[in-house]
Design a protein around this ligand. Structure first.
Ligand SMILES: [Zn+2]
Length: 341
């Protein structure tokens, strides 16, 4: 009985979800545009302003690293005029459906001119300047900037330069599938690019103080922020993607925390490893929630801006907290102050 009720609830949920999607699309003769994740949805939403609204595929807390399409998702893709996604590196679950339905898809990972970063297996440094050990001033010479698609960090939207290029690419594709509204897409692209350029300046300014700020996150998603703002996720050397660290990796991370005196640990609500709380307790670190998709930020035109800003804010909050502590007279190790700035 309970089982059948559960099934009924599930079917009802699918039905409602689909109805919501369907009503958005059917109310106008706008092209049917399906977007995979929230940050891309935000940009596409703004580009379609005055014509229609795109449909977001991964609703709520759905995780692109572990996701399977429901029949209603497949139907949406089948009926779409354009699919906007990052590419197989992130939304692997879409590859088969897109290929079999032969739909027009825009894999943004192949946009020309993007900054694409990857980490070498054995090393977590992505840029020389990001890899300066906080207390030594010594530079690390393993520089990485290779365009090997299989190991590229797919969280490419966390670079505003990439977002600008992606907006232009989406705008061109919208104009190509919907010629009569081409001028609107062109104007929207122009406006959004201008806004993003100004936003990049502001964000760069805000992030300036984060140089050489070291943190721990078991979700290796921040390469673009690390590269642009010279931060460092010290756990990235030992974890892969968003995998839970092995016991060996865990002990290596504990050594790094001690050695580099790292004070901040980020937990991703989509990939909690369970180790974050343990480490925070053991080393009296500050634990903050951060997620590269912005699942808790409302979907819509401002999502992207709020997401980027809130990530920088989170880093700064943690940095500021420990900066203050290191100058506090209560601190015992006066000769060895924290250096996160
Ligand atoms: Zn991720």
């Amino acid at each position: 009985m309970r089982k059948s009720l559960k099934l009924l609830n599930y079917l009802l949920m699918i039905f409602i979800t689909f109805q919501v999607h369907a009503s958005v699309i059917q109310n106008s003769d706008a092209p049917k545009v399906v977007v995979s994740i929230k940050p891309l949805y935000a940009l596409t939403y703004e580009l379609m302003r005055g014509v229609g609204e795109p449909v977001l595929l991964l609703q709520g807390a759905a995780d692109p690293h572990h996701f399977s399409l429901t029949p209603s998702h497949v139907k949406l893709i089948k009926e779409s005029d354009l699919i906007v996604w990052i590419g197989p590196m992130l939304e692997h679950f879409m590859v088969k459906t897109i290929a079999s339905k032969k739909k027009r898809d825009l894999s943004l990972m192949s946009t020309k001119g993007l900054n694409l970063l990857h980490r070498k297996d054995s090393h977590g440094c992505i840029l020389e300047k990001a890899c300066v050990a906080p207390n030594s001033g010594k530079k690390d010479d393993s520089l990485l900037y290779l365009k090997d698609y299989t190991t590229i960090d797919p969280h490419i939207w966390l670079d505003v330069h990439n977002a600008i290029l992606m907006v232009q690419e989406i705008g061109l594709n919208l104009a190509a599938i919907d010629l009569k509204n081409a001028k609107i897409y062109r104007d929207n692209t122009h406006r959004l690019v201008k806004k993003l350029i100004a936003f990049k300046d502001t964000l760069d300014q805000k992030a300036k103080s984060l140089r050489h700020f070291h943190f721990i996150s078991f979700h290796d998603a921040y390469a673009y922020l690390e590269y642009n703002y010279k931060l460092k996720n010290s756990a990235a050397e030992t974890v892969k993607g968003h995998d839970k660290p092995s016991l060996k990796a865990y002990s290596k991370i504990r050594d790094l925390i001690r050695k580099r005196d790292i004070r901040c640990i980020l937990v991703d609500p989509q990939h909690p490893s369970g180790f974050e709380e343990k480490l925070a307790k053991e080393f009296k670190m500050s634990l903050y929630t951060a997620d590269p998709l912005g699942i808790n930020i409302q979907a819509g035109p401002n999502h992207y801006f709020i997401l980027m800003e809130s990530l920088i804010q989170t880093f700064k909050k943690c940095q500021y907290k420990h900066k203050k502590q290191s100058h506090s007279p209560k601190k015992h190790h006066k000769t060895n102050p924290h250096r996160h700035g």
